[in-house]
Design a protein around this ligand. Sequence first.
Ligand code: SAM
Length: 237
Amino acid sequence: PPLYKQRYQFIKQLVSKHKPKKVFAFAAKIADLGCADCKLLWMLKFCNCIEVLVGLDISEDVMKEKMHTLSPLPGDYLQPSERSLTIILYQGSVAVKDPCMLGFDMITCIELIEHLEANVLEKFEEVVFGFMSPTMIIISTPNSEFNPLLQIVTLFRHPDHKFEWNRSQFQNWAQETAARYDYTVQFTGLGIPPPGKDVGFCTQIGVFVRKFIKHVEVTQSEKYQDRVYKINIHIST
Ligand code: SAM
């Protein structure tokens, strides 16, 4: 399958692996930052362990393109299940804090950080690791060492990329950020290079896990204060 599908599959497998344990619903609340056309959210909708799925993107237009695919299917009404799922899409930036992002088990950032200017990336660290502070954060980004194998003629893989990091640049950033916010990080990736080419994966991935269990109690006042993201769609089944 194409790499973008492998990335979504990777997340789906991670979610299944961390299925709610009896006492600890680990992957019940998931947010996808920079969710674009909501493809990952659409795939995750079929994971029965998920109770809340949230998407955030700065671009309302790209989010609206396929938003309808998240709506319940006629069959969902014919066969009502015990399970309830809430899907909410917000328009907003990862550089600003909104209390609606508190209390998540897992936050995914797939091919997002390379689209952020340096000052926005700094804010991102503070907002995602420091404020949202979910149990697990997954960040994927291109590995520039793989670029010569892609035969691209431009500097970066995509004109909107602000940077593309090699393995040590990504790992240094990830380790420093993890240390600053009390997370551990493990590295993996997708897209294996041909034999003999020691360039690493095409897509590099950091899986961050918070070191301490945090009891995020979202107070009523927090819930309704300082809302900055705009709600685009809210589906509850
Ligand atoms: N995660 C999706 C995927 O893997 O298919 C799409 C990644 S797309 C390459 C990057 C997305 O990040 C775009 O949809 C863009 O609008 C969004 N984005 C860029 N800057 C952002 C910001 N500051 N806050 C939230 N989203 C942002």
